[in-house]
Write a protein that binds this ligand. Structure first.
Ligand SMILES: *Cc1c(COP(=O)(O)O)cnc(C)c1O
Length: 233
């Protein structure tokens, strides 16, 4: 199927499920995950209406940045502190903040540029060993630490990657836990906290994520097809 058809199908599904659960589909942003994709493929997706693209490696952002039609870029992968400086002026949102050290570095670099950096805290509700992110129990302390120490960071919400499940309904409990945290913290009054995004849901589980309250779905395979990592190397 062509990219255009894939994107159309996802938008139709998003509309359908939002309606089914009584949500406004416009509050759910479709982000294209463009890792391993060529600039040509990415630009084609943008020409089909994609406004937000996600990468998980600093290197790929740097290689593609000048070749892509201007859109909002998102960093969704594990970010090493020594690489923050390369992307701080390129991405609109860093989804993967999972340590105080990383937050400190983002704050420092943002201050140097005199900007405020929007971030999400990455939570790992399944305590999945293979994934990054902090536990549900650690989240409040990190959030408060960032609010108390990082002038140049604005916390916009939470992100999670659910473990893979044959039946995506099986991970709905994790999405529900993240949504509950989100609702709790969104009540905090602080100038550097402005909750808007719950980034959860990928190709195989975005429908469940929308049902559970996601406002940002990150879709790669369902837009572009299976990734071929070898092609890159
Ligand atoms: C690759 C990736 C996605 C998209 O995964 P698909 O299954 O291809 O939709 C979403 N989020 C993150 C953090 C990723 O690394």
């Amino acid at each position: 199927m062509a990219l255009q058809d894939n994107i159309k199908l996802i938008i139709e599904e998003k509309n359908r499920i939002a309606k089914e659960v009584g949500r406004d589909t416009d509050e759910i942003l479709l982000c294209a995950v463009t890792k391993t994709r060529t600039p040509e493929e990415i630009n084609e997706a943008i020409n089909c209406g994609i406004t937000d693209i996600c990468e998980n490696k600093v290197q790929e952002i740097l290689e593609k940045y000048d070749l892509i039609i201007p859109v909002r870029w998102h960093m969704v992968g594990h970010l090493q502190t020594n690489k923050v400086k390369y992307i701080i002026d390129k991405v609109a949102l860093i989804h993967s903040v999972d340590s105080v050290r990383l937050a400190e570095e983002i704050d420092k670099r943002a201050a140097q540029l005199n900007i405020t950096m929007d971030i999400l805290i990455q939570v790992n509700p399944a305590m999945d060993e293979a994934k990054f992110g902090i536990t549900i129990d650690e989240t409040e302390a990190m959030l408060k630490w960032i609010l108390n120490n990082c002038e140049n960071i604005r916390i916009r919400g939470l992100m999670c990657i659910a473990p893979f499940a044959e039946n995506p309904e099986d991970v709905s409990q994790y999405f529900r836990e993240v949504k509950a945290l989100y609702d709790e913290y969104s009540k905090i009054q602080h100038k550097n906290l402005d909750f808007k995004y719950i980034s959860m849901g990928m190709s195989h589980d975005y429908k469940v994520a929308i049902k559970e309250g996601s406002t940002m779905i990150r879709i790669g395979t369902a837009i572009f097809g299976e990734r071929n990592y070898n092609k890159q190397n």
